[in-house]
Structure formats: structure tokens, C-alpha cells
Design a protein around this ligand. Structure first.
Ligand code: FUL
Length: 498
């Protein structure tokens, strides 16, 4: 009998004579099929595909707009007459999104129901909605207009829908009626405006005093069990596979402050500003911060933060492995005021001038260690500058100390080094340093005041160590990244130099 020849995509030919036993076939074939590309084993926890896509959104807007805009409150009690919602102009979510797009934001989350319970769409779950608003301007269906504009502008969108409802008579009344007949149905209704939502924002404020259908009392619930989150999460993922449930949903975490900063050490698992290296579930950080001074909602006495404050937020969140959701509140006309629009434009220009031109592709890149290539994939350092987030540099298993060197053809002025791990196989790096050279042989450590521990989805290191002072940069011939410690062999997909 002829031998059976099997050729596999990875180039290995396994010849099994007719005399091969079943046992031999079982032991040979799975080994060769399992990892033809010599890909590194994942280091758990690893993110779901939707969590990676969410991280890639990086910088997006929060828009707090609703009944509070007209009552000058931050937390409405729930007894506000519907007619008090009466915009002075036609609310224009497209204008909101265009303004933040100019700042380089990739999407936005619109608050469509805050704790006061007033819904910015004609919901069937309550009369406390735009159905009964005070004028025709108020009839604009905000989630619908927001989603349409986002799709048109090629931006991502999602909604903040407050689980806590100070208007509903059923909230925390000892039955599950509020959750079943109001909250879950409201979440479902919003899918009518698009199933391509990227994030649902479930606030942590839950229970307390309120109107509650006229009871004017205090209601407490147990947020861990009350909202039937596992059921909601399953339904959301069946309907909207790319939608991450923030906060209560457990797929992305609050960074632990509303002041626009994450820890320099920041793991994508655990909680708070730094996460926890040993936590078992992927739960990357999102930082929610206010771009204006008076509150989440628009107030007549507000002003917009300075360019330098916004830059600091950006560097201490996006630059530290967190996403930044930056709040810009539309005013009583239903638009972002000129001072916001202008600041957003200026900020976009600032980001472009500081982080818009990647110098790394002009350099020659080498690594002290490179993982053995597989059949259809290599792990060369050149992957770091090929503009492809799916190719990456890696070392062999067990090698957790390695350098990557970028040499420029001529002296180049440099301010920042940005690094991105290939997080689909886990967040690994635990320690690194950054050095520069002016002559190609003597190296000087930079940013020594910065905790250079974790990288994660993205880390941006200012060479002068400052998140406020852009400085004059460094005139150098080369940059060297030294990975000093990692959970397992490090994998980086991109390094950018600005
Ligand atoms: C908080 C809420 O209570 C605030 O009103 C605001 O919506 C903020 C983003 O989250 O927990």
C-alpha cells in the first residue's frame, strides 16, 4: 500500500506509512497542527474581541444633556414636570459629534436617561419622556439622531442609561417590576436605534431618596443582584456583539476617580487606578472626566478647561493604558457652546502637532532577541513600525529581558515614545526603561521620574517625564526600549516615536 502523504499549510510534510499505528498518528498530528506559527501561548486573563475593539476607541466623548440642563441640577429628584424640558433650539447631536471629532475623538456616549428618569426618546415604559415635553424642539429623539449622526460621521456611539430611576414608582418597591417592565425594556428599546453600539454605560449611583411616583421616600437596592445583569449582559451580547457593558456590566472598569488620571502602573484587570496584576478577569480602565468646570451637565457659570489641562488628562489616561471619556455638556439650545467647539478644535490641533507624526518608521529597528518565526508569521522588530496592529514583535518563550533599538539616519528631535502590547494574548510587561543616544554608543536613561512598569493597550512616555510641559524635546540619534521584566515573553505590536 502507498504511504499516505499529508501536506500542511505550515510546510511540514508528515509521511505515515501503512505500518504506522493509530497511536503514532494521534501523537504526531495534533502536535504539528496545534501551533504552526509558533505563536506564544496566551497569558490569562485575555480580552474578548469586543473588549479589544472598545480599547481601540481610546478617546471619546460623554454628553450629559437632559432634564438637568433646564433645571440647573446635577441630580434631578424625579418630580420635574415633563414640560420643563423645552430646548431653546432644535437639539443637534450631529453638531456635538462633529465638534469632538475635530479633537480626534473616535466616538461618543450620550446620556439618554439620567437618575431623574426623564427619557430622551418616546419610550413606552413611562410617561416621563420627551413625549410630554414643553415644546416642539424637545420632540427630537436624541438617541436616534445621535446614532444616525455617528454612523454618518463614521464614529462609534453608545448610550448612558441610568439604572437608578428617581421618577419610577416601581424602583426598589420590593418587586422586580421596575427591572423587568422599565429598565430592561428601555435598554431593549434603544437597540431600535442601532445594534452597532460600542458601549453601554451603567452608572454606579444606585438608590437613595427620590420622588418614586409620588412616594417621596428613600429606596435602597442591592446593585449586585437587583438589575438582573447576567440576563441583561447575555441579551446585549446576542443583540449587539460588539457592545461592552461598562461599570455594573463588568466588561470595562471605572478608573477610580473623575479627575482624568490613571495609575502609571495600570493593569487591564482588577479595579481602581492601577488594577491588579493577579486578578482573573479582563476589565480594562476607562477614565471619565469633565472638560468643563461646573458639573457633568451644562451650567451658565461654567467655563471650559484649558488646553494644557486637557493635554494632561490625555497623557495621564490614554497615555497610561486607560481610555478617556471626556464630557462636553450641550446647553439649553441643545448644542455645544462655541467655547467648547473652539477648544475642541484647538485640542485636535495640539494633539496633531504633538502626536500626529510618527517618526519611528524613519528609523532602523533591531531587537536583542526575536522569536523564531512560524510558517506564516514572523516576530521581527520591523513589525513594530509596519502600521499593522495584528503583526507583533516577540521573544522566545522564557525570554523576558530584551532591548529594541531605533536608530535614525540623522539627529532627530524627539519628545514621546508610545508602546502598545499585543493584548489579545494578555498584558505581560512589568518593567521597562527608555534610553536615548546622541552618538550611537552612549545611552542615557530618560523619564526616570516616571514609573515605567506596565504598558498594556497603550503607554505614552514623555521623555522629560512631564505630562504638562511639552518642553523642547531631545536631539538624538537613537531610542532604546529595554524590557526588564514580563509575565512571559513580551509581545509589542507598535512603537511610535514623536
Ligand atoms: C456619576 C453620576 O452620578 C453623575 O451624575 C455622572 O453621570 C457621572 C458620569 O457618573 O456617577
Amino acid at each position: 500500500m502507498k504511504p499516505i502523504i499529508k501536506a500542511y499549510a505550515f510546510g511540514l510534510i508528515v509521511a505515515l506509512g501503512s505500518s504506522a499505528t493509530a497511536q503514532e498518528q494521534l501523537t504526531i498530528m495534533p502536535q504539528t497542527l496545534s501551533n504552526p506559527d509558533n505563536e506564544p501561548a496566551p497569558v490569562h486573563p485575555v480580552p474578548h474581541d469586543r473588549q479589544v475593539k472598545w480599547n481601540e476607541t481610546e478617546f471619546y466623548a460623554f454628553f450629559h444633556y437632559g432634564m438637568n440642563t433646564f433645571t440647573n441640577k446635577e441630580w434631578g429628584y424625579g418630580n420635574e414636570p415633563e414640560t420643563q424640558y423645552a430646548p431653546l433650539g432644535k437639539p443637534d447631536p450631529r453638531q456635538w459629534l462633529e465638534a469632538v471629532k475635530a479633537a480626534g475623538m473616535k466616538g461618543g456616549i450620550a446620556v439618554v436617561k439620567h437618575h431623574d428618569g426623564f427619557c430622551l426618546w418616546p419610550t413606552e415604559t413611562t410617561e416621563h419622556s420627551i413625549k410630554n415635553c414643553g415644546n416642539t424642539n424637545g420632540q427630537v429623539n436624541i438617541p436616534e439622531a445621535f446614532a444616525d449622526a455617528a454612523r454618518d460621521l463614521d464614529m462609534k456611539y453608545g448610550f448612558y442609561i441610568s439604572p437608578w430611576d428617581r421618577n419610577s414608582a416601581y424602583y426598589g418597591d420590593g418587586t422586580n417590576r421596575y427591572v423587568k417592565d422599565v429598565f430592561l425594556r428601555q435598554c431593549y428599546e434603544l437597540t431600535a436605534y442601532g445594534t452597532d453600539q460600542f458601549e453601554m454605560w451603567f452608572d454606579g449611583a444606585n438608590g437613595g431618596d427620590g420622588y418614586y411616583g409620588g412616594a417621596n421616600t428613600t429606596r435602597q437596592i442591592d446593585a449586585d443582584t437587583y438589575y438582573d445583569i447576567p440576563n441583561l449582559r447575555d441579551s446585549v451580547h446576542i443583540t449587539m456583539p460588539d457592545c461592552v457593558m461598562w461599570g455594573v456590566g463588568g466588561e470595562a472598569r471605572w478608573i477610580g476617580n473623575e479627575a482624568g488620571w490613571a495609575g502609571e502602573t495600570n493593569w487591564c484587570f482588577g479595579s481602581g487606578t492601577s488594577g491588579n496584576e493577579n486578578a482573573v478577569e479582563w476589565n480594562a480602565g476607562e477614565s471619565d472626566a469633565k472638560a468643563t468646570t461646573a458639573g457633568w451637565f451644562w451650567h451658565s457659570n461654567e467655563s471650559v478647561r484649558s488646553l494644557n489641562e486637557l493635554w494632561k488628562f490625555y497623557m495621564e489616561t490614554v497615555g497610561r493604558n486607560a481610555t478617556l471619556i471626556l464630557n462636553f455638556p450641550p446647553n439649553k439650545y441643545g448644542v455645544l457652546p462655541d467655547y467648547d467647539v473652539n477648544r475642541l478644535k484647538e485640542f485636535g490641533e495640539l494633539l496633531q502637532s504633538r502626536l500626529g507624526t510618527d517618526l519611528a518608521p524613519r528609523a532602523t529597528v533591531t531587537a536583542s532577541a526575536t522569536r523564531k518565526a512560524g510558517a506564516s508569521r514572523n516576530y521581527d522588530a520591523s513589525n513594530l513600525i509596519d502600521g499593522d496592529k495584528d503583526t507583533y514583535w516577540a521573544t522566545d518563550d522564557g525570554v523576558t529581558d530584551a532591548t529594541i533599538t531605533f536608530m535614525f539616519p540623522e539627529t532627530t528631535n524627539v519628545h514621546y515614545v508610545a508602546m502598545q502590547e499585543y493584548i489579545r494574548r494578555g498584558q505581560r510587561v512589568k518593567g521597562f526603561t527608555i534610553e536615548t543616544t546622541t552618538d550611537g554608543s552612549n545611552w542615557t536613561r530618560q523619564a526616570s521620574s516616571v514609573l515605567t512598569t506596565t504598558i498594556g493597550y497603550k503607554r505614552i512616555i514623555p521623555l522629560n517625564g512631564s505630562t504638562t510641559d511639552h518642553g523642547n524635546g531631545y536631539n538624538i540619534k537613537g531610542v532604546r526600549i529595554h524590557i526588564t521584566d514580563a509575565k512571559a515573553c513580551p509581545l509589542l505590536h507598535t512603537v511610535s516615536i514623536y
